[in-house]
Design a protein around this ligand. Structure first.
Ligand SMILES: [Zn+2]
Length: 67
């Protein structure tokens, strides 16, 4: 089911999980801590956005795949 290339595909609805603390960023919910409005895709987060729980940078997040 996975695409052959390991590159991460992130679209507007993709949730991403912090691999440090397992916090999940859900675009449908946004992020109250950073005042990100619901409906904000991960790719549209401001560059300074970091994990609200552990302060990890955005490249520490891995996409979650729904099945
Ligand atoms: Zn984290």
């Amino acid at each position: 089911m996975n695409p052959p290339q390991a590159s991460t595909r992130i679209d507007a609805a993709t949730r991403l999980e912090c691999r440090i603390c397992w916090h999940v960023y859900d675009p449908a919910l946004g992020d109250e801590v950073e005042q990100i409005p619901p409906g904000t895709p991960f790719l549209d987060l401001p560059a300074h956005w970091r994990c609200p729980q552990c302060d990890a940078e955005q490249d520490k997040f891995l996409p979650l795949t729904d099945r």
